[in-house]
Design a protein around this ligand. Structure first.
Ligand SMILES: [Zn+2]
Ligand SMILES: [Zn+2]
Length: 294
């Protein structure tokens, strides 16, 4: 049980091995972290072996990392109408989920994908089917989590209804499956929720309540946005110096539910101090809004 203090981490590089990601996270003062199991821009990667995975688990325990999220690589697209690409995507994600289980990760977070020329309905069905197939042989020990996206172009995930439909399809055919949801602050802002204002945050929470259900919220991707509200453009900025600004993060942090889940930074790493500065910005917001929680 988490008592006091913000659960906070960042996406850490695994260049140099999985254990490097942990030591770097600890050095930045994080109690949570996110990683890729391998370079996200290649299909075939050498995955961590059993020994490396076991070592990661041991280090995580030793450093009391409270939450580990694995982010799916960029190339797979589980929403694609192209059968070959869909199969390849599923195979890649399947292997990646296995490694995530082996390192003892808490969640495996995926973007729903891009529908290309197909309809939203068909694309949603394909992602649901993929999640279902990931559960063949048993529901993974790592929780499958879908992330909200900026919804630009043919990308799924800019609307919470789409995530809800995918989850309904998958859970409807896999007993015991319980999917989670990740809110990315920059993505929801770009997708049309004006989280700079209390009304925008309220509408986001209302949206969650009316679609996937608030209890599915597993984590926040904490990013400010380079682009304006409702632009559908996805580019992350340092906390407080993008278009959301500190005022927006304050509004978000006033929500009791949001304060309880891990906040994972995916902000730029321009210099060595960037992660620490962004962590401190979030922690300051967390503490300064303590008396305004609703
Ligand atoms: Zn993501
Ligand atoms: Zn993004």
């Amino acid at each position: 049980m988490h008592t006091g203090g913000l659960l906070v981490g960042a996406h850490m590089s695994v260049a140099g091995g999985l254990e490097h990601a942990i030591t770097a996270a600890v050095a930045c003062g994080f109690n949570c972290m996110q990683l890729f199991t391998h370079s996200p821009r290649v299909w075939e990667a050498v995955l961590a072996n059993g020994e490396e995975c076991e070592h990661f688990r041991m280090l995580r325990r030793a450093h009391r990392i409270r939450f580990v999220s694995v982010h799916a690589p960029y190339l797979p697209n589980l929403a694609t109408p192209d059968d070959k690409l869909w199969e390849r995507s599923l195979a890649t994600i399947r292997r990646d989920v296995k490694v995530s289980e082996a390192i003892g990760a808490d969640v495996y977070v995926m973007h729903p994908g891009s529908r290309k020329g197909s309809s939203v309905k068909e694309a949603v069905r394909r992602v649901g089917e993929a999640l279902k197939q990931l559960c063949e042989g048993g529901v993974p020990k790592v929780q499958l989590v879908l992330e909200t996206t900026s919804g630009g172009g043919t990308m799924l995930g800019g609307r919470l209804e789409e995530l809800a439909e995918i989850i309904t399809i998958a859970e409807g055919s896999v007993p015991g499956l319980r999917c989670g949801v990740c809110i990315d602050t920059a993505h929801v802002f770009a997708a049309g929720w004006d989280v700079r204002r209390a009304t925008g945050v309220a509408s986001l929470m209302e949206g969650l309540r009316g679609t996937v259900g608030v209890n599915r919220l597993r984590m926040v991707h904490a990013n400010d946005s380079m682009h304006g509200h409702g632009t559908g453009r996805d580019q992350h900025a340092h906390i407080g110096i993008g278009k959301i600004g500190l005022e927006g993060f304050r509004e978000l942090m006033k929500v009791a539910l949001l304060r309880r889940v891990p906040w994972i930074l995916e902000t730029p790493k321009d210099d060595e101090g960037a992660d620490v500065r962004n962590r401190m910005a979030l922690e300051r917001v967390y503490h300064s809004t303590r008396r305004h929680v609703r």
